[in-house]
Design a protein around this ligand. Structure first.
Ligand code: RIB
Ligand code: CA
Length: 312
């Protein structure tokens, strides 16, 4: 079976780590051409260092490039749920590897244009690098198979009541992406809030003797240190959905929708505005919006991948 060429653009980020691990555990299906970083959960310096620390901890690597230090127009607003480091309080080793490039946009462009087959982009942080890529090199669009992104929402928000964090940070970049004409699969909050790991699964990971599984338990558990949670609470692994869809699309429920992005300064900043009027028909919907996934199936696949990497 032909492997799908992918490039992951991320802001590690606890759930970014799980997405990268899921991809690393499935290299029989996914050919990881590169992993690039973008400012979001933390500063560009921190998220880039986190990616290189992760690879050093794992003893593996892909080609890497750092990208945008801030959104296209607005000031950077970093996240809070991943802590000061961006990866909770787990002690990763200092990086022992170097970046391949400090220009994610030209790195991604070169990888796509050098690839014989089309490439799937997997942005799981703010869309600054991808917006710049599509604006700087529009000819790259015809060689992009799909953009499987984590971001946005149809009916709710997380950073505000209307907007999801990745879109909120750089609405202008997101608007470029959603209006690019490139096929988009959106893992928004409706589906990622069902793509959860529960407390008992986290406890099992933390009690594991495996190097990767124990680390995953520790970093996921960090979320629960942030708030008073009851035993039965679970936590979404948002970014893993964008990789999971490429591996097992059949486990997701979805709807084709026309989506745009609110770039106002006001209350609706960063809202992904979906046309939910069922009686309106579009010739070409710009987005396949994932709306549901079976939590047990999702967590079983993700946990299997994590434990498999203990044998790295
Ligand atoms: O809203 C969830 C998204 O924001 C995820 O990508 C998470 O890593 C944070 O970047
Ligand atoms: Ca992320």
């Amino acid at each position: 079976m032909t492997r799908r060429n992918i490039i992951i653009d991320c802001d590690p980020g606890i759930d970014d780590v799980l997405a990268i691990l899921l991809a690393l555990a499935n290299q029989d299906k996914l050919n990881i051409l590169g992993v690039t970083t973008v400012a979001g959960n933390q500063t560009l310096e921190k998220v880039t260092s986190n990616l290189l620390k992760l690879y050093t901890y794992l003893g593996v690597k892909t080609e890497t490039a750092s990208g945008s230090v801030k959104p296209l127009i607005r000031e950077l607003r970093v996240g809070t749920v991943h802590g000061e480091t961006g990866l909770g309080d787990f002690e990763f080793p200092q990086p022992e590897i170097e970046l391949n490039s400090t220009n994610a946009v030209t790195f991604i462009y070169d990888k796509i244009m050098q690839s014989k087959e089309k490439v799937t982009l997997v942005p799981i942080g703010p869309l600054t690098n991808i917006g710049l890529l599509l604006s700087t090199f529009p000819e790259v669009k015809e060689k992009i198979e799909l953009i499987s992104l984590m971001g946005g929402s149809i009916f709710t928000g997380n950073i505000t009541s209307k907007a999801e964090f990745n879109i909120y940070v750089d609405p202008e970049a997101a608007k470029i992406v959603f209006n690019s004409g490139v096929p988009i699969v959106m893992s928004g909050l409706e589906v990622t809030h069902k793509a959860c790991i529960n407390k008992s699964e986290i406890r099992d990971l933390m009690n594991s003797q495996g190097k990767v599984s124990k680390m995953c338990g520790e970093i996921i558990n960090y979320y629960f240190k942030l708030e008073k949670v009851t035993e039965d609470k679970m936590t979404p692994i948002h970014d893993a959905c964008s990789i999971m869809y490429l591996l097992y699309p059949e486990i997701f429920e979805y709807k084709y929708m026309q989506i745009d992005v609110d770039c106002s300064e006001g209350y609706n900043r960063g809202m992904t505005v979906a046309d939910t009027r069922d009686w309106i028909k579009y010739d070409n919907y710009n987005t396949k919006a994932l709306l549901n996934v079976d939590r047990d199936v999702f967590s079983r696949i993700l946990l299997n991948a994590i434990y498999k990497l203990d044998n790295l």
